[in-house]
Design a protein around this ligand. Structure first.
Ligand SMILES: [Zn+2]
Length: 478
């Protein structure tokens, strides 16, 4: 009975999805709280996922020419105020430092909510000539936004992220970089996180404060809510004009630069949980699983069992996988549940009878399928399974999104979907901000994006009946 307890204490996702989420992050040992309100501790199992995200994303950045830098975490008030839309957008959630040691500061410093203004201040001196362009910098850091309501990984007052900030000679170069980084994010989500995303452009209402255009990737969670999973912004020359970032071009004329910024955060961990998790706990995509294979010895006190388990571990490790043996004194049943709760993609069960037959049992976390395999074949089989599991997880997530994406051609259909179904609603929109706000007011559904892949569902706006501007993905969102 004790073996079951670990699992029985999580709420089923059908019963209460929010509680299920909280139970998983706690039981899978990803995070904890401290006395710092609205902030969280990344425990080893949670931080290791972030490290794997960081490493693989950073490699992809660098393939496109990105260089990493690090800027201060404080921003003087006067600097933050230089770009009007930007400061208005962030003011309500900025944290301020007003004292240094025992003395009041002459000018308050905010703790960075994002670093556009600091990068601008830096680029103003660092960029002089066309030879200095482009600048394609990124920083990995934490930022602070004083949120009222917080949830582990999805919204916390301090969170980890990367923010890329680039400067270019032309608008076209900036636009190309904005789209390039959105594609890097989309490919990363699909190829590493096994998470399909919709790529598109934000409406003016939803775009980043100070941006000319914001592009986004949107993913659908298991409960039918959307999660904005990464954004890429084209600033045009707005920030450059506000901060005076100019360079001398080949024709000897002074010109303003064009800028972009782009970021993803530890929200991606929340996305992994809510796209792939089930009622047994976390299900990790193999490429970000800190432990990909857990070897569980059965009757481990019998002679030869632990030795065989270590042998298997070494062989799997030599095949390039992250593998551990659970040689703790817990019962095998407990170990199985724990490996499942933590989302470990494959476990290997090996006991005296298996050893006699020269075989072991592999269990897939995603489908819980059991596969008997000769001990010598384990490294090859688990390597193959990593690929299969990734693909199957992606396919299931895509199928879920497709089954939960509904087209609405008129307002009755739209309201019917919101009330009786879940997921994305595809519908035409007139382009008017007031109409967008009215839709949100009436249904709680916001515009997620205007997808790059447009369809023509009808020729009029789903809400007001005026001429349609674009097809939009609507949804309730995190
Ligand atoms: Zn309308």
């Amino acid at each position: 009975m004790a073996d079951k307890k670990l699992v029985e204490s999580i709420t089923s996702m059908e019963e209460d999805f929010a509680q299920w989420y909280t139970d998983v992050v706690k039981k899978a040992d990803l995070m904890d709280y401290t006395s710092v309100k609205g902030c969280m501790v990344f425990k080893p199992a949670g931080y290791a996922i972030w490290e794997l995200i960081q490493r693989q994303l950073d490699d992809r950045f660098k393939e496109t020419g990105v260089e990493n830098v690090y800027l201060p975490m404080f921003i003087p008030e006067s600097l933050l105020e230089k770009e009007k839309d930007h400061v208005e957008g962030f003011a309500p959630e900025v944290a301020w430092v007003t004292k240094g040691g025992l003395n009041e500061l002459e000018e308050p410093y905010c703790v960075r909510p994002t670093s556009e203004t600091l990068f601008c201040d830096f680029y103003k001196n660092d960029i002089q000539s066309y030879r200095d362009l482009p600048k394609v910098y990124n920083q990995w850091c934490s930022v602070v936004r004083w949120e009222k309501e917080t949830r582990p990984f999805l919204r916390s007052r301090e969170f980890l992220w990367q923010e890329g900030h680039t400067a270019h000679a032309t608008y076209e170069d900036a636009e190309a970089r904005t789209e390039q980084m959105l594609n890097v994010y989309a490919d990363f989500c699909e190829e590493v996180l096994a998470m399909p995303v919709v790529k598109g452009k934000k409406t003016d209402k939803e775009k980043f404060a100070g941006a000319e255009a914001t592009y986004t990737i949107e993913a659908l969670m298991h409960d039918g809510k959307a999660l904005q999973s990464g954004t890429s912004h084209n600033f045009g020359d707005g920030f450059a004009k506000a901060f005076g970032i100019q360079y001398t071009d080949k024709d000897n004329k002074l010109k303003h630069v064009f800028q972009t910024s782009w970021g993803v955060t530890t929200r991606l961990i929340g996305a992994i949980i809510m796209v792939h998790g089930d009622n047994e706990g976390l299900v990790l995509p193999p490429k970000v699983a800190p432990t990909q294979v857990m070897v569980v010895p059965i009757m481990q006190k019998k002679e030869g069992v632990l030795d065989k388990a270590y042998e298997i571990r070494d062989a799997v490790k030599a095949a390039g996988l992250r593998v551990k043996v659970d040689d703790s004194d817990k019962s095998p049943g407990w170990k199985f549940s724990e490996a499942e709760m933590r989302g470990i993609p494959v476990r290997v069960e090996i006991g005296p009878k298996d050893i006699e037959k020269g075989q072991a049992v592999l269990v897939r976390r995603d489908t819980r399928e059991k596969i008997e395999v000769a001990i010598d074949d384990i490294p090859a089989k688990v390597s193959e399974l990593m690929e299969t599991i990734h693909k199957d997880m992606y396919d299931r997530a895509l199928k879920h999104r497709e089954e939960n994406t509904h087209a609405a051609s008129n307002w009755d259909e739209f309201k019917n979907i919101i009330e009786n179904k879940q997921g994305f609603i595809k519908a035409m929109w007139c382009g008017d901000r007031a109409c967008e706000e009215a839709i949100k007011e009436e249904t709680g559904a916001s515009t997620r994006c205007m997808p790059f892949e447009q369809e023509e569902i009808s020729d009029v706006c789903v809400h007001c009946g005026k001429k349609a501007f674009k097809m939009v993905y609507f949804g309730r969102a995190y």
